[in-house]
Design a protein around this ligand. Structure first.
Ligand code: ZN
Length: 310
C-alpha cells in the first residue's frame, strides 16, 4: 500500500488546524476553535476524529497515511513525544501526546514545538528555501523561534532551544511570564503592543486597525510599530551576531504590519549587529502564513518517520 498522505496538525491556543497533505501540499483541511473542546481529553479525541473525518472525505484509509505530525504551542520533549506545558492553554502538564495519539489512531505520530515547525517549513518550501542556516521567528501572543543549522533543526540538550522571545534585552526590565525579566516577548508580544495602543490612543484597537492607521500615515501608529521593530531589531542583532545565519524569517500576525516592522528592524540590525553578519543576513517575511504549522508538521513526519523507514 502506498502511503502518499500525511496528517499535519497545528495545535494553537486559538485554533486547531488539521491538514491532509500530499506531496507537501494541503489537499483537505479542517479548522476548529480550540475552546470548543474544553478539557484536554476531549481535545485529543477531537484531533483523532478530525483526522478520521479527512480520511473519509478524501476517500482514503489510514493505510494510505505515513503518519501524523503535530505542532504544539509550548515546550516539548521531542524524543519521547511529551508536552511539558502550554503557556496559553490550561490543563496541559507532562502530557504523553505522542503515545496517546498513536493508541487512538494506530498511526505513527511525531510532535514538536510550533515555531520549530514553522522554521522547518519556511526553510524547505517557504521564504528561506535553499538556505542552510536560518532563524524562524513567530510574532503573536507569544514570541517563538526556531533554529536551522546546516539544514537541520537544532533542538538543544532538552529540546527547548530557539526560545527567541525569552532573550532578555536589558538587566532590570519588566517581568515576563517565563519567570525572567525584560524578555523580547515582553516588548513585542501582542498583549504588550496592545497595552501601548491603549496608552497612546486612550482606547483599545486591534493590531489590524493599528496597521491600517500606520499605512494611512498616522504618526502615533507608526511610532508604536517603530518601537516594536526597534526592540525586535536589537534582539535579532544579538541572535545574528551569535549565530551568523543566512536569513531570519519573520512570521505571525504582527509581521503583517509589513514595512513598519521590516524596514525599521533591518535599519536597526544594520546599525547594531557586526558588519560581516549584518551584510550576510536576509530579513525575510514568512511565505507560508497560517499553513506553515501544518506543512511543517507534515515535513517532520517526512523527515523523521519516513526517513527512518528507508
Ligand atoms: Zn520571558
Amino acid at each position: 500500500m502506498v502511503k502518499n498522505y500525511i496528517i499535519g496538525i497545528d495545535l494553537g491556543a486559538t485554533n486547531i488546524k488539521i491538514g491532509l497533505i500530499r506531496k507537501r501540499r494541503i489537499v483537505l483541511r479542517a479548522v476548529v476553535p480550540t475552546a470548543t473542546f474544553g478539557i484536554k481529553e476531549n481535545l485529543i479525541a477531537g484531533l483523532s476524529n478530525a483526522a478520521s473525518g479527512l480520511f473519509l472525505e478524501a476517500d482514503i484509509t489510514k493505510n494510505n497515511v505515513a503518519g501524523i505530525g503535530i505542532g504544539v504551542p509550548g515546550p516539548v520533549d521531542f524524543s519521547r513525544g511529551v508536552v511539558h506545558f502550554f503557556p496559553n492553554i490550561k490543563g496541559w502538564c507532562n502530557v504523553a501526546l505522542k503515545s496517546i495519539m498513536q493508541k487512538k489512531t494506530h498511526l505513527p505520530v511525531v510532535i514538536d514545538n510550533d515555531a520549530n515547525l514553522m522554521s522547518l517549513a519556511e526553510t524547505r518550501i517557504g521564504a528561506a528555501i535553499g538556505l542552510k542556516n536560518v532563524i524562524g521567528i513567530t510574532l503573536g501572543t507569544g514570541v517563538g523561534g526556531g533554529i536551522i543549522i546546516n539544514g537541520e533543526l537544532y533542538r538543544g540538550s532538552s529540546f527547548c532551544a530557539g526560545e527567541a522571545g525569552h532573550i532578555p534585552l536589558n538587566e532590570a526590565g519588566p517581568k515576563c511570564n517565563c519567570g525572567g525579566r525584560a524578555c523580547i516577548e515582553r516588548y513585542v508580544g501582542n498583549r504588550y503592543i496592545l497595552r501601548n495602543v491603549r496608552k497612546t490612543f486612550g482606547k483599545g484597537i486591534n493590531l489590524e486597525a493599528l496597521s491600517r492607521l500606520a499605512h494611512q500615515g498616522n504618526a502615533k501608529a507608526i511610532g508604536i510599530w517603530n518601537g516594536v521593530a526597534c526592540h525586535l531589531g536589537v534582539g535579532l542583532s544579538g541572535i545574528i551576531n551569535f549565530l551568523n545565519p543566512d536569513a531570519v524569517v519573520i512570521g505571525g500576525g504582527v509581521s503583517n504590519a509589513g514595512k513598519f516592522i521590516f524596514d525599521k528592524a533591518r535599519e536597526v540590525i544594520k546599525e547594531r549587529s557586526m558588519p560581516t553578519q549584518a551584510k550576510t543576513v536576509k530579513i525575510l517575511k514568512a511565505k507560508l502564513g497560517n499553513d506553515a504549522g501544518m506543512i511543517g508538521a507534515a515535513l517532520l513526519v517526512e523527515e523523521t518517520l519516513v526517513k527512518n523507514e528507508k
